[in-house]
Design a binder for this molecule. Structure first.
Ligand code: C2E
Ligand code: MG
Ligand code: MG
Length: 720
């Protein structure tokens, strides 16, 4: 780059054969701060121009050996590319021809004789400065070209109306016509509107963004794809505003990036063995379908397929055969759920095309031999069953692998949206449950989740019908479990526990039918029967042994809330003649705490009758000791779960001891439930527990057995 005259003294080559002229020029240049070197003729000027590289040349036209024009031409020829020293020619008066020739020879400017000396210095300075600016521009231009040549992008300029002003295809963009596709070139684009060059929808999007770019003066980018040269190519165009009504566009071929993104997506969403979607992909498809169906009020089904005995094939024929089998299975499934027959419809729906497009993702392998199928737009459940049937049929054809003929069956479970659930995980889980149900029903089967649910409900209903008849049919009976004094080990009471002898199912535990009885309200008549039967039995023992055996009866919350409770208790006592003190009612903490005010009233009535109240399963609920005292509770029955870990479980031991101490503080007795060992008994005695109940001391037993257990004591008693 030429040195700037302002920072460094410039050097001017003065070429003139007239020594006086040279002298004057030197003088004048010195005055404006420039140095000068001299040449006497054209040849010398040429040599000095090459050797000394002056910042400017002031050259007379007429010189011996080589005239100014020739010297100018020669200097220009000898200059390297990009360099261009300003040459100012000194021409004769009004010699227009000479001026023209000077420019043709490559001169930058001219001065004509007679020379206006005071002006010349400034003229020279001006030319130097201009040439400096031009040199800078030339460098900037070269840099821009280098940058644009280095990036692979196509670039174009476009005005606000969408007309190309400029178009420079990038390296790597096809430049020749191939397979009927015409490349984008400057000739094809410049002066044209974008909609003549690109497909209409892409042109529209570009125009939208172009408007935004000009409005906001910010960079925007658009991605689009073109079917070119038999291949889908992806492009990204970035638009940058270069003024109020013009943008620069950079277009990059991003097909490679798209391909690797696709590759990554395939790895993340495809099952590597079979090439069909994997669990993750299926869950996402399911989620989309769920949202779509919720919005559109549509139904869909999830099919869960599992091969029967796949493990056996894997174990006996090896994993290779197993893998091969899974591949063929997935192919058959794919054929089976071809979109055209995925859902049988009488007429095509507007969304048909979209369904067809997405159906490839409606099949997935979750892992192992588990496959899932999503059936969208379900109109009737039968369609899901039809698909399941076709899947089963497809599996029935033998699989020929490595010369082995393999026979396979499949079990299929089906869940339905919205009937069975309204979130993906539940629907998948229910389809899985239904599949297990299908397997349990003898494999090679398809089951709906909802129908298995229906079966459960059916059996529930059946049980309820049976329970209604149980009382009339005398199917209920009571067992009694003894409660012993911890020190004397005498039987001081029994707990009545109800049983149901079902005509088909045999003996059913109260834990199964009491909740059902509560649900249906049957607990009230059943409870009444238990109460009367227990009171009657206690009265019989009282008569037989002349001693008090207190009978404990469990009351459920529903019974406790029954406003006739005290009436029922009273009449049971009346009818049997049992002393109210010998009837114990067991309530749970939950029953008591449910509605403290109502509880108080009921308890008041029961206390009035004079029955004994105890809290069952104590420690498993939450209750305030304060309340218990106010309720006049006489005993706490420590729940079995605390006793069963004794004596090793130190935490439970501490809780047990604390409950006993607390209860005693409130003048309540303590019964330990579920005593199963000798050690537990010893420990409870040490802790000061009052009564014990459990298998170690006696299982729930018939009234006769209890009578026998009480029997020997009669002998010890004085005859009545
Ligand atoms: P619960 O009132 O806590 O009765 C004690 C349960 O523990 C009984 O089960 C009894 O057989 C069992 N058991 C007693 N000692 C041991 C032992 O040492 N180890 C073990 N593992 N278990 C022991 P059952 O007879 O099956 O009764 C279950 C529950 O059904 C009772 O718990 C009670 O809540 C309810 N229930 C029983 N009969 C009636 C009734 O007539 N009316 C009402 N409302 N509920 C009843
Ligand atoms: Mg009980
Ligand atoms: Mg209990």
């Amino acid at each position: 780059m030429s040195p700037s005259p302002s920072t460094q003294r410039g050097v001017v080559l003065v070429a003139d054969d007239d020594p006086v002229m040279r002298l004057l020029m030197l003088e004048m240049l010195q005055q404006v701060g420039l140095d000068a070197i001299e040449a006497e003729d054209g040849r010398q000027a040429l040599r000095l121009a090459r050797e000394r590289r002056p910042d400017l040349i002031l050259m007379d036209v007429e010189m011996p050996h080589l005239d100014g024009f020739g010297a100018c031409r020669a200097i220009r020829r000898s200059e390297g590319p990009g360099a261009s020293v300003p040459i100012v020619m000194v021409t004769g008066g009004d010699d227009i021809e000479a001026v023209t020739s000077a420019y043709e020879a490559g001169a930058t400017d001219f001065v004509s004789k007679p020379i206006n000396w005071p002006i010349l210095g400034h003229r020279v300075l001006y030319v130097l400065r201009a040439s400096d600016a031009i040199a800078r521009l030339r460098i900037a231009d070269a840099q821009n070209r280098a940058v644009l040549a280095a990036i692979p992008d196509t670039f174009f300029r476009m005005n606000r109306d969408g007309f190309y002003l400029d178009y420079e295809p990038g390296r790597g963009f096809p430049s020749r016509e191939r397979d009927g596709a015409v490349p984008f070139t400057s000739e094809r684009c410049v002066g044209r509107h974008i909609s003549e060059v690109l497909p209409r929808d892409i042109a529209t999007r570009v125009m939208e963004q172009l408007g935004e770019v000009l409005r906001t003066q910010q960079i925007r980018s658009i991605e689009y794809e073109l079917l070119r040269f038999g291949d889908t190519q992806h492009f990204e165009a970035r638009l940058v505003a270069t003024g109020p009504s013009e943008v620069l566009g950079l277009v990059r071929d991003i097909s490679e990036r798209k391909r690797s993104e696709e590759q990554i997506r395939r790895l993340a969403y495809c099952d590597s063995l079979t090439g069909i979607p994997n669990r993750q992909a299926f869950l996402e498809t399911l989620e989309r379908e769920l949202q779509r169906s919720k919005v559109g009020n549509k139904k869909f089904a999830v099919l869960f397929m599992d091969l029967d005995a796949f493990k056996r094939i894997n174990d006996t024929l090896g994993h290779n055969v197993g893998d091969h089998l899974l591949k063929i299975v997935s192919e058959r499934l794919r054929e089976t759920i071809r979109p055209s027959d995925l859902v049988s419809r009488s007429e095509a729906l507007p969304g048909e095309a979209m369904v067809a497009e997405t159906s490839a993702t409606n099949l997935a392998r979750l892992g192992g031999d588990e496959f899932t199928i999503l059936i969208p737009d379900l109109e009737r459940v039968e369609h899901a069953l039809n698909v399941a049937h076709r899947v089963k049929e497809a599996m029935r054809r033998p699989f020929l692998i490595d010369g082995n003929e393999i026979f396979v069956t499949a079990s299929i479970g089906i869940s339905l949206f919205p009937e069975d659930g309204d979130d993906c995980n539940s629907l998948l889980k229910f389809a899985d449950t239904a599949m297990y149900h299908a397997k349990n029903c003898g494999k090679n089967n398809a089951k709906l989740y909802s129908s298995s649910l229906t079966m459960q409900i059916m059996s529930h209903v059946k049980l309820e019908v049976g329970l209604r008849k149980a009382l009339q049919n005398d199917e209920l009976y009571l067992l009694y479990q003894p409660q012993l004094d911890v020190r004397s080990l005498e039987i001081v009471g029994v707990e009545a526990l109800v049983r149901w002898r079902h005509p088909e199912r045999g003996i059913i535990s109260p834990t199964e039918f009491i909740p059902l009885a509560e649900e249906t309200g049957l607990i009230v008549p059943i409870g009444e029967w238990v109460l009367r039967t227990a009171c009657n039995q206690a009265r019989l023992w009282q008569r037989a042994f002349h001693r008090s055996v207190r009978v404990a009866v469990n009351l459920s919350a529903k019974q406790f809330k029954d406003e006739n409770l005290s009436q029922i208790v009273l009449s049971a006592l009346d009818e049997t003649g049992l002393d109210p003190k010998l009837l114990e009612l067991e309530l749970t903490e939950g029953t008591l705490m449910d509605d403290a005010r109502a509880t108080m009233a009921t308890l008041e009535q029961l206390r009035g009758i004079g029955v004994y109240l105890s809290i069952d399963d104590f420690g498993t609920g939450y209750s305030s000791m304060n309340y218990l005292k106010r309720f006049d509770v006489r005993a706490l029955k420590i729940d079995r779960s605390f006793i069963c870990g004794l004596p090793q479980d130190s935490e439970n031991a501490a809780i047990t001891r604390a409950i006993i101490a607390m209860a005693h503080g409130l003048k309540m007795a303590v019964v330990a439930e579920g005593v199963e060992t000798d050690e537990q008994l010893v420990m409870l005695e040490q802790y000061g527990c009052d009564l014990v109940q459990g298998f170690f001391l006696g299982h729930p037993s018939s009234a006769e057995t209890i009578t026998e257990m009480l029997g020997p004591l009669r002998l010890a008693l004085p005859a009545p």
